[in-house]
Structure formats: C-alpha cells, structure tokens
Design a protein around this ligand. Structure first.
Ligand code: MHO
Length: 194
C-alpha cells in the first residue's frame, strides 16, 4: 500500500532533535519525520545560528491510525514536564497547530492531572517550522553509510531521504527502537505476526 495522503503534523521540542526523530519514527502511524527549529523569532535559523529557536521534530502522522493525544502520551513519556533545560535550544515544547490539537492538549493535561502551575514544558501554538540541514535529518541512519549509500545510488536526494517513510523507520531501527504501537499489546498486533 502507498503512504497515506491525508496526514497531519505534530511538532515537539524534546532536547537534541536527533533522538526524537528516531523515537517517533518507530511509532506505528507515523509516516514521516523531519527535524528543524521553531518557537523563536529569528528568520532563517540554522544549527550554527539558532537565535531564539528550539530544536524540534516535526511528525507527519496518519490520523486514521494515530491521534494527537497518543503522540502527546509519547512526548510526555520522553521528558519530565516539571524540569526544563536552561538552554532554549534543548527545551521541551509542545506545539499545537490547530484548535483541535489545542483541545486535545488541554484534555490530556487534565486527564494526566498535570499541575498547570508547576508545568515547565512550554505549550505554544506553532508559528513556523524551519527545516534543519540534510546532515541533521535521520541522523542515526546517516551514521550507517552502507544503508544511505543505497538510497543515494537509487537517486534519492538528501530531501528525498528526509521525506522517505522507509528511511524514517530505518532511522528508528538503527537507533535501537522497535515498532511501537500506542495502547496496543504488541503481541496482539497482527503486524508482529506477519
Ligand atoms: N552537539 C551535541 C548535540 C547535537 S543535537 C543536534 C552532540 O553532539 O551530541 O543538538
């Protein structure tokens, strides 16, 4: 089957973006991942000249398979919402992009009994996502030249590797993540029996 067309995006800052690029890549229903910078005002940020931006992962997901709440579940299991790194580059940020995502975030915080007065995670609405350079995309996979060389030989550009659903899964696997299915016992997931 082909990659789903009606995808949505979710954007999170969870420290150095190489990590969440891989953890979210493993999640069933995540179609593509890309890393970049958001949450600041500087135009054209780069890794070297970041300005007031934060490293973020942008997750493109199939809403038929995965909800924003499930992504929040994962994002909050990846950080302590009551601690925040001093360096803005690595801060925890949950961006919402639509009114629906914002509602799901409020519901999530309420159901999780998160103390809104103590929560340190930045909760912001996404203004703009700035893509990071190709050398930062699928960083774990890029450490395996014998795999990326095959993409290159098949005429994938850096951009095509970044946008490849297969590369997102390989990147996750190389980083040591196995397919993760939110809220479903993996032994009962038909995929693991194929
Ligand atoms: N320079 C740090 C973090 C990289 S992450 C893209 C390191 O080498 O681990 O900020």
């Amino acid at each position: 089957s082909e990659a789903p067309e009606d995808t949505k995006t979710a954007t999170f800052g969870l420290g150095c973006f190489w990590g969440p690029d891989a953890t979210f890549g493993a999640v069933d229903g995540v179609v593509r991942t890309r890393v970049g910078y958001a949450g600041g005002t500087k135009s054209d940020p780069s890794y070297e000249v970041l300005g007031d931006h934060t490293e973020v992962v942008q997750i493109e997901y199939d809403p038929e398979q995965l909800s924003f709440s499930e992504l929040l579940e994962r994002a909050f299991s990846e950080h302590d919402p009551y601690q925040q790194p001093q360096k803005r580059q690595y801060q925890n940020v949950v961006f919402t992009e639509t009114a629906d995502q914002h509602d799901q975030l409020l519901t999530f915080l309420r159901e999780r009994d998160l103390d809104r007065d103590r929560i340190a995670t930045r909760l912001e609405s996404l203004d703009r996502f700035h893509l990071a350079a190709a050398s930062h995309q699928k960083f774990n996979l890029r450490g395996k030249r014998w795999i990326t060389d095959v993409f290159t030989e098949a005429n994938y550009s850096g951009e095509a590797i970044r946008e490849s659903p297969a590369a997102a899964k390989l990147n996750a696997h190389v980083a040591g993540h196995d397919v993760s299915v939110p809220f479903i016992d993996q032994s009962s997931d038909p995929r693991s029996r194929r």
